[in-house]
Design a binder for this molecule. Structure first.
Ligand SMILES: Cc1ncc(COP(=O)(O)O)c(C=O)c1O
Length: 311
């Protein structure tokens, strides 16, 4: 569904290296144990040229993820931001997806991994609609996963760490096998948590809710953007506990994520949500979000970083 489209260069610790030279040894700690902190960032074509959306916030979250695991990337946010901008320019990309990664390379044999070097990479490639053709317009069919999100203080789910995504893959693959496009994870207490790579929002009796940060989900940057944009058009979104059954009776449900952008949910466990068509609040917020990222409105929050063409 989403084979990678290669670009020319990958940034590695201050150097641009050819795409196919960005390789790790089989026994790198990141391959053995999933020790890779990463981000997913989008760059959009705007009337002023390509612009990376909320670059600083993504790199801040990357740094936070590293801190949780005690990995010290030698590169500060300003260096990584400059690297992201030059990578997009050098690869002559417009609209694209960026994947910064801070990982443990080859050296240590066991879990302590003291001999494994910290390596920082950034890749960028063109990537269209994450959940497939028509997902943004028609929405996706989702199920409640039989796999739960991890209990707080088992995996630090406010961090974006590679190994933790095994849980997301279990959820996603089960959903696909059963004919759904996405899965919704419940927290260990049985309340709604998040999708496999996206946050969830529910419109219920005219009010809009999203699960509160409870240690079972990622604090999404898209979710934060959508909540701010919603407030500006008079829609208040309340973080709270959401029981599973609220989903079945919801007027509207949507996912947010850098990759998924703002994707409506058409059904949950084959239960049609609302009229089965994208609801008015979802539509309005999707429009606000896409207009903002694509530069159709003024950058009043300073969220877009233009890629200088001369880099
Ligand atoms: C598990 C998970 N939840 C939520 C999100 C949405 O986060 P963001 O909007 O910052 O991309 C992502 C994507 O990064 C994710 O992987």
């Amino acid at each position: 569904m989403a084979a990678i489209t290669e670009s020319e260069w990958i940034w590695k610790d201050g150097q641009l290296i050819p795409w196919h030279q960005a390789q790790l040894h089989l026994l790198s700690t990141a391959v053995q144990f999933g020790t890779s902190m990463f981000e997913g960032i989008r760059c959009y074509d705007t009337p002023e040229g390509p612009a990376i959306f909320r670059l600083h916030e993504h790199l801040r979250r990357l740094q936070d993820s590293c801190r949780v695991f005690g990995l010290e990337s030698p590169h500060d946010i300003a260096t990584l931001a400059a690297a992201c901008l030059s990578l997009v320019a050098k690869n002559k990309l417009g609209s694209c997806y960026l994947r910064p990664m801070v990982l443990l390379g080859y050296g240590g044999a066991g879990l302590s991994a003291e001999e494994s070097p910290i390596e920082t990479y950034i890749a960028a490639w063109p990537w269209g609609t994450y959940l497939g053709e028509g997902a943004l317009e028609k929405g996706v069919d989702a199920c409640i996963s039989s796999w739960q999100r991890a209990h707080p203080n088992t995996y630090p789910l406010m961090a974006k760490a590679g190994g933790q995504y095994l849980n997301s893959q279990l959820m996603k693959w089960e959903a696909l096998r059963n004919g759904y496009q996405e899965a919704i994870g419940l927290s260990p207490s049985g309340l709604v948590s998040e999708g496999t790579g996206m946050n969830i929002f529910v419109v219920w009796r005219g009010r809009c809710f999203t699960p509160a940060l409870d240690g079972t989900l990622l604090p999404g940057i898209t979710a934060d953007s959508v909540m701010q944009l919603a407030r500006e058009i008079g829609i208040d979104i309340e973080p709270r506990q959401i029981p599973r059954e609220m989903l079945y009776g919801a007027d509207e449900i949507f996912f947010t994520g850098t990759a998924a952008e703002l994707t409506p949910v058409a059904s949950v466990d084959r239960c049609q949500i609302g009229s089965g068509r994208t609801g008015p609040i979802t539509k309005a917020l999707q429009q606000q979000y896409l207009d903002y990222v694509k530069g159709k409105v003024e950058d009043r929050h300073g969220w877009r970083t233009l890629v200088p063409s001369a880099l």
